[in-house]
Design a protein around this ligand. Structure first.
Ligand code: SF4
Ligand code: SF4
Length: 255
């Protein structure tokens, strides 16, 4: 996802508006090679889209398809896709015909072969984003005769909602990286609550109903309606609620 950058990774030049050659379709001889042995981080919005596509409760999804790992953030676990135990360690959503969750595939699958980096140093103004082209020897999509631009790729891969939600996630992950658990340590009560609010949206919905959380804030009527119907909107609320309980600051206070 959004690597927070101070300088560009060595040897990588942002694409800007320049064109790159790439196409991925069932006719490429490497079709679905990249869906095996993949080390994939799942972000909160990825989980919402996948569990909805599969008609599962988020808690059940986490149990079936995710593993916890140590990532860049020393104070919060990273959620990764659990691969099959077959020899080729395939993505569990890979079927003979290709991706079975294509319309709801995770951000990483949509963004590839690009990598996105966001410069958050411009506090108070719009974050600058950069895209880089990655090339793996197994991926022959780069040999296809099809010119792309970053903007076209973002549009065609329907990345805008994912990027928006992943940026909101990156903000709260930054709060987590400052060890806000106040002596509770790893997997303490607050951290477990934060994990649920980020990754287990159905669990958080039950929690919010039980504790009448939404009633505690002056929320815009339309936002409340959207929260009632859409998990993505509830996730936006949950990020702000976590900011409030962990830092005392949140847009919920200005409503
Ligand atoms: S979600 Fe789909 S595109 Fe992504 S790795 Fe799995 S099968 Fe491949
Ligand atoms: S072209 Fe690249 S992205 Fe597409 S299936 Fe082949 S390896 Fe995967």
């Amino acid at each position: 996802m959004d690597n927070q950058i101070k300088e560009f990774p060595e040897g990588m030049v942002p694409l800007g508006n320049s064109e790159f050659q790439f196409s991925c379709h069932p006719g490429v001889d490497c079709f679905t090679v990249c869906c095996r042995n993949v080390d994939m981080i799942l972000y909160p919005y990825d989980i919402i889209r996948l569990k909805q596509a599969l008609g599962m409760d988020s808690e059940e999804f986490l149990r079936a398809y995710s593993v916890l790992d140590k990532g860049d953030n020393p104070y919060f676990p990273t959620v990764k896709l659990k691969l099959t135990e077959d020899d080729d360690k395939a993505c569990p959503f890979l079927k003979l015909t290709g991706c079975s969750v294509y319309n709801d595939r995770p951000s990483a699958c949509r963004t590839y072969p690009l990598e996105r980096a966001v410069d958050r140093s411009t506090v108070g103004s719009i974050n600058a984003e950069y895209y880089f082209l990655t090339q793996h020897p197994y991926c022959h999509g780069h040999n296809e005769d099809n010119c792309q631009t970053v903007n076209r790729w973002i549009r065609n891969q329907k990345l805008i909602d994912y990027n928006t939600m992943n940026e909101l996630w990156a903000e709260i992950d930054t709060v987590f990286s400052q060890n806000p658990w106040k002596g509770e340590g790893f997997a303490g009560e607050k951290q477990q609550l934060a994990f649920m609010a980020c990754y287990n949206i159905d669990g958080f919905r039950r929690f919010a109903e039980q504790h009448k959380l939404l009633k505690q804030f002056k929320l815009d009527k339309d936002f409340k309606k959207r929260i009632a119907k859409e998990d993505g909107e509830l996730l936006k609320f949950s990020f702000q609620w976590l900011k409030l309980i962990l830092t005392g600051k949140s847009s919920l206070l200005s409503k």
